[in-house]
Design a protein around this ligand. Structure first.
Ligand code: FMN
Length: 324
């Protein structure tokens, strides 16, 4: 399949694996890229720029296909060494970066002068328009369904994607709630040039996370996620568990007076415990509503090949069939 996204990134299929904390390691990234999609390493999971450089080198050893790096600009207490991570990306020969969180404008000139293509992740049309205006090459539009941070506007993809198409001229991918060929064809119909998936790629053989995480996603339904940190305007969609219920009780009790310190026990430093050790009730971890559509743990190649062949069937048989 050829779209503006496959052309921009030099990939075979318009399927991207979004950056994911403690999931986006070389094993998964290379598996997605080797299957013809675009894998993305999560920079901030690597403690230092030199660790990121090593992870990029490891990924180059596992694939000769294009892959990217996610740089997330989140409101954190101590600012990560972004210039150092950017040097690691450029020196490592990576020429695709997915930025997320705050406006990436300050970092664009250096990356783009080095030939790096930028896809900025946005949860609203106004931020997508801004991304286009500051010179991003593409955007990833994340609907309210998405795992992770859906923003504060709560607009689902059925509205957000066609709105993005109305306003943007640069290519965009649909993200949030994407699981299979139906998601892909629907997104293309709504104006996107491809899709990006997070939660779906965690439940794959190559995802280097504990089996408990994969099993939890397969077992979950579309009713099993919760929104946390709304009162802090840092909303995150996570898998429900006892720690999340405790956190939500604190939010209800403390109301507007809640501070990050009040919920630190449920959110801080959870990812290694959950993703590595499989302690599923340790705290909150990002997960999309799309868990309800995930029923198996295939390899990335099985998943992507199946999606592409089913997408062709939907287009050629189901949709064209309706016209004849
Ligand atoms: C476990 C997990 C961790 C994530 N970590 C990040 C991150 O560090 N940076 C980022 O930009 N997005 C992150 N995301 C969001 C994904 O890149 C993607 O936008 C989102 O998962 C799409 O929604 P879906 O899960 O419904 O596919 C994360 C998502 C999950 C599920």
């Amino acid at each position: 399949m050829k779209t503006r996204i496959t052309e921009l990134f030099g990939i075979q299929h318009p399927i991207i694996q979004g950056g994911m904390h403690y999931v986006g390691f070389a094993e998964l990234v290379a598996a997605v890229s080797n299957a013809g999609g675009l894998g993305i390493i999560t920079a901030l999971t690597q403690k230092t720029p030199s660790d990121l450089a090593k992870e990029i080198a490891r990924c180059h050893e596992m694939t000769d296909k294009p892959f990217g790096v996610n740089l997330t600009f989140l409101p954190t207490v101590s600012t990560p060494d972004y210039p150092g991570y950017i040097d690691a990306i450029i020196d490592g020969g990576v020429n695709i970066v997915e930025t997320a969180g705050r406006n990436p404008q300050a970092y664009l000139p250096k990356l783009q002068n080095a030939g790096v293509k930028i896809m900025h992740k946005c949860t609203s049309v106004r931020h997508a328009v801004k991304a286009e205006k500051i010179g991003c090459d593409a955007v990833s539009v994340d609907g309210f369904e998405c795992g992770g941070h859906p923003g504060e506007d709560d607009i689902p993809n059925m509205i957000l994607l066609p709105r993005a198409e109305e306003e943007l001229t640069i290519p965009f991918v649909a993200s949030g709630g994407m699981a299979d060929a139906r998601s892909l064809v629907a997104s293309l119909s709504l104006g996107a040039d491809g899709i990006s998936m997070g939660t779906r790629f965690i439940a794959t053989k190559e995802a280097p996370v504990h089996e408990n995480v994969k099993k939890a996603i397969v077992a979950a339904s579309e009713l099993d996620t919760r929104l946390i940190m709304r009162p802090l305007r840092n909303t995150e969609r996570v898998m429900n568990n006892p720690a999340v219920e405790r956190l939500l009780e604190k939010e209800a009790a403390l109301g507007k007076n809640i501070k990050f310190e009040d919920i630190i026990e449920e959110v801080a430093g959870m990812y290694p415990r959950i993703m590595r050790k499989g302690e599923m009730d340790a705290g909150a971890w990002s997960c999309g509503m799309v868990a309800g559509l995930i029923h198996d743990i295939p390899t990335c190649k099985e998943l992507i090949d199946h999606m592409m062949s089913e997408a062709e069937k939907i287009i050629r048989n189901r949709l064209l069939g309706m016209l004849s």
